[in-house]
Design a protein around this ligand. Structure first.
Ligand SMILES: [Zn+2]
Length: 144
């Protein structure tokens, strides 16, 4: 309802607000998918479960969890497992990644995962505590 004297919202403003709302809903859902993936973490050595969900430019979502190994160096992070799942399905452009661990609210990807996420153009990093722009976390990604 428009009250007399109230300024009517332009179509452009309304469209922007709807786009932002849809984006926020999508990112919330992405974080929920990361939470689900964390339940499958194989982390018997660290007891630090992590789940990740990447959303591609096509809107598809792929998830991953950390998979540890008795030979610690073979451990693979949730983020890289999610990226690998996307690539295995033919997706090479990642829009956003959500990361979740029940052990740490403000979790961020490790350096190796940031580099891998940068390789596929990731722009947004979503966590329960805060959302980041990729360039905030890795301002000078290595590229050839
Ligand atoms: Zn990592």
């Amino acid at each position: 309802m428009i009250v007399k004297g109230e300024k009517m919202e332009t179509k452009e403003n309304l469209a922007t607000r709807i786009r932002n709302l849809c984006y926020n809903v999508a990112m919330h859902k992405l974080l929920e998918q990361a939470k689900e993936a964390a339940k499958n973490a194989y982390c018997k050595y660290s007891d630090f479960p992590v789940g990740a969900a990447v959303m591609t430019e096509n809107g598809a979502v792929y998830t991953g969890c950390n998979v540890e190994n008795a030979s610690y160096g073979l451990t693979i992070c949730a983020e890289r497992n999610a990226v690998a799942a996307a690539v295995a399905n033919g997706e090479t452009k990642i829009r956003a990644v959500a990361i979740y661990s029940p052990k740490m609210e403000k979790i961020t990807p490790c350096g190796a995962c940031l580099q891998v996420l940068a390789e596929f153009g990731t722009q947004e990093v979503i966590t329960e505590a805060k959302d980041f722009k990729m360039h905030e976390l890795l301002p000078e990604a290595f590229c050839i």
